[in-house]
Design a protein around this ligand. Structure first.
Ligand code: 6PG
Length: 260
């Protein structure tokens, strides 16, 4: 039985990014101390930009042994790595270049492959090699960072797609209802094998999806894919700003910053 999620509500997205950066660095220090490496799967979309800028900024860029961090991705759009919609491209501009991360530390999903199924298999094989996790073992990320879509998707696990039912593969090719159609994504069991999963969600447009994720019952997981994310044994932390948390009961009760 996975532990209850820890919910932290910050005043605004600046405070949210700072809290996320402190947590990222703390988790990184713990992983490096324990295993010599910090293996993290980054989220895509736009929300993490503030976090990545904070990590590359003066308050955090000297706080972690960045050469010990290996960067993976939770999902990717099937585009070239320098395409404006590439999740790798965004992280490269806002995080890897400023921190002078070496190419051998970055394991991007091959979104440029015109055969997404082949790309998914290739990334799966890479994960099994880098995590020394041959089938049927599951690779365990130290941290999987996730965002949340207004439709309740996370990574590229979209409502009503076959990807939601995958219980054996680590990575699958799937499609999105909007934007870049073809996507690659970690599957729910791969995400749920992580030691720590952190959701980073900002903005009133996400408030209903946050409530459905954390408080609603009855909505099937296929209609609200984020509800599939329940770590087997790891920690689940939700970092929210007040607008994203505005439909939660605890927010209405005036609990502004709920520490675990
Ligand atoms: C992606 C992300 C996706 C994202 C949400 C939220 O590739 O788009 O992995 O799951 O986290 O769609 O996106 P925003 O942060 O842009 O709102």
């Amino acid at each position: 039985m996975s532990a209850a999620p820890e919910i932290r509500i910050m005043t605004d997205n600046k405070e949210l990014a700072y809290e996320a950066a402190e947590l990222f660095v703390w988790l990184g220090e713990q992983a490096v101390a324990a295993n010599g490496r910090f293996q993290v799967a980054l989220s895509g979309g736009t929300t993490p930009k503030e976090l990545y800028a904070a990590l590359a900024g003066p308050d955090f860029s000297t706080k972690l042994a960045w050469s010990r961090v290996d960067f993976y991705f939770g999902d990717e759009r099937c585009v070239l790595p320098d395409h404006p919609d590439s999740n790798f491209g965004m992280a490269n501009e806002t995080l890897f270049r400023p921190l002078k991360i070496q190419p051998e530390q970055v394991f991007r999903m091959p979104g440029e492959d015109n055969r997404p199924e082949r790309a998914a298999l290739q990334y799966e094989e890479l994960l099994r090699k880098e995590f020394q996790a041959p089938a049927p073992a599951w690779p365990s990320f130290d941290l999987v960072l996730l965002g949340l879509g207004e439709d309740g998707h996370t990574a590229s696990l979209f409502p009503g797609t076959q990807a939601l039912d995958e219980r054996e593969k680590l990575v699958v090719a799937t499609t999105a209802p909007q934007g870049i159609k073809n996507r690659l994504t970690l599957t729910a069991p791969t995400i749920n094998s992580a030691r720590t999963i952190v959701f980073l969600v900002s903005g009133s447009s996400k408030a209903t999806a946050v409530r459905l994720a954390l408080e609603a019952s009855g909505q099937g997981d296929r209609r609200v894919p984020v509800r599939l994310i329940r770590p087997e044994t790891g920690r689940l932390i939700w970092l929210l700003d007040q607008t994203a948390a505005s439909e939660l009961t605890i927010a209405k009760q005036g609990i502004v910053s709920h520490e675990e």
